[in-house]
Design a binder for this molecule. Sequence first.
Ligand code: NAP
Ligand code: MG
Length: 398
Amino acid sequence: MAKIKMTIPIVEMDGDEMTRILWKMIKEHLLEPYIELNTEYYDLGLEHRNETNDQVTVDSANATKKYKVAVKCATITPNAARMTEYDLKEMWKSPNGTIRAILDGTVFRAPIVVKGIEPYVRNWKKPITIARHAYGDVYKASEMKIPGAGKAELVYTAEDGTETRELIHNFDGPGIIQGMHNIHKSIESFARSCFNYALDTKQDLWFASKDTISKKYDHTFKDIFQEIFDAEYKEKFDEAGIVYFYTLIDDAVARVMKSEGGYIWACKNYDGDVMSDMVSSAFGSLAMMTSVLVSPDGYYEYEAAHGTVQRHYYKHLRGEETSTNSVATIFAWTGALRKRGELDGNQDLMEFADRLEKVTVDTIESGEMTKDLALITTLENPTVLNSEDFIKAIAKRL
Ligand code: NAP
Ligand code: MG
């Protein structure tokens, strides 16, 4: 069989730990035998980020602007423990944060639903897609430790030098403060990405924040969504038979638990971070959650929603067998390959992506799966496979 050709590369962002091991296996067993894989490779493994003073992360994001499609492996976000473990020059920022800041846009996360893995929430019948705003708020905040008594203020200095001040707190002892921001342009593109994605997938759109408490910050999000909806999308939503509604974040959480699923839940940056882990775990496994960053300029970055699975990696290093689920990482590749195919009119590449997804789901539904799924499946007598054998079982069907 002739291998499928790719004229334009996709940006390949390699990563860390167990997912880096899976990455190599996926390429070797599932992609390279069928595709003349054309990628521009960036090593975002922590060692190389450290060597390049994190320039490689910036370069990979800029390459995504050039080629429009990227696929990313999970990466370590350094903390104090990693500083010693990797002998880091600096506590480098989260690569995802850096990439999102450069590309802007919205992250859509949806569970991969398979028969035999039933959601913990009994009434959830359809996937719930979380749309996470990928810019600003606490991820771009400035923080300060307040050593003792004194006054903390927010100060805005306009270009003409005029100052506007808002008291944060009159401290009479030590404390902490945080200043965060967002920009109208980013909130507007977040809103438009969500409305467009809802129309594309014919799903209702929910949006929630805490505007009753945050009367300026969160309220601005609410207002921008409503203005754009009324001006640009209301009729299209009516025609498509879908709805947009806004509610308070706590009300949304309560409604989500009682719902059937089958809608997009738009969340501010932090809410989306937290709620996507809740939704994916409740649907079965973090390893069954896909994730794509869609920028307003039409750039796409696909990844798994989970991390580098550190605990499994240490087992792997000790020479022990691991059973790490590669499904979300496989779907990151298929998402990127399908999008590359769509943009380039490469039908073979799109069909390959569909087929790889189908055989991956078939493999699990036939009872061959990794340990995380075997523990929760309703299928009887599942076969638990190790990391590599699971990928080989998919390759066999492919
Ligand atoms: P994690 O890698 O998502 O893993 C947490 C736990 O979830 C694992 O220990 C494992 O549970 C289970 N799990 C997650 N993915 C799995 C998979 N594919 N197959 C089987 N089980 C899976 O989160 P973490 O351990 O908190 O973080 C590790 C590193 O990842 C950190 O350095 C963090 O900075 C980074 N991280 C990166 C991203 C990203 O790049 N997008 C996202 C989140 C975290 P058991 O151990 O019980 O088997
Ligand atoms: Mg998270």
